[in-house]
Design a protein around this ligand. Structure first.
Ligand SMILES: [Zn+2]
Length: 170
């Protein structure tokens, strides 16, 4: 692909990447979770999954989606993490003031439809009505998965986006 065929709009980020690469010191990792940790959390930009638990790049496998849900693909990531990538502890971390737990699916459809200017109801949004109950179910899904070893520690937590504090619920 010729340079002039590239989608425009990324120059500032590419320039920042060149600065990043100038002092790059993350080479030589083998991709395992050095601290033995995997995190399932929300895509929310207020969350720093590594920083919140004192880890750094290389330490943990991180899977993010709207709401921090244990989806089939999250389970796929956790099975691979447990067997091939040194994962021994799993944290499932939804958070306070999450859009997926504070709006109904109908409200999200209404807002997205208004923004898109076309019907969005064919796109499902996995909203959560009871965040603590859903967290318990999601943690149970991980613990009961036939390919997640019983020796793994699986915990459910809520992250408070206003205080930065993590509270363990199960
Ligand atoms: Zn969220």
């Amino acid at each position: 692909m010729a340079a002039n065929d590239l989608t425009p709009g990324f120059d500032d980020l590419l320039e920042a990447n060149r600065s990043f690469a100038d002092t790059f010191d993350l080479a030589g990792f083998d991709g395992v979770a050095k601290a033995g940790v995997a995190i399932v959390t929300c895509m929310d930009s207020r969350i720093d999954p590594l920083g919140m638990i004192g880890l750094k790049p290389g330490d943990a496998k991180i899977f993010r989606n709207p709401g921090g849900r244990v989806t089939p693909q999250a389970l796929e990531a956790l099975v691979l993490g447990a067997h091939l990538l040194n994962v021994q502890r799993i944290l499932v971390i939804p958070h306070t003031r999450c859009a997926m737990a504070s709006a109904t699916e109908a409200e999200l459809h209404e807002r997205v439809t208004a923004s898109a200017g076309s019907d969005s109801t064919w796109q499902s949004f996995s909203v959560v009505t009871d965040q603590e109950a859903t967290l318990a179910e999601d943690v149970a899904k991980v613990r009961s998965h036939p390919l997640i070893p019983d020796t793994l520690q699986v915990g459910g937590f809520i992250y408070d986006v206003d205080s930065g504090l993590l509270t363990q619920l199960c």
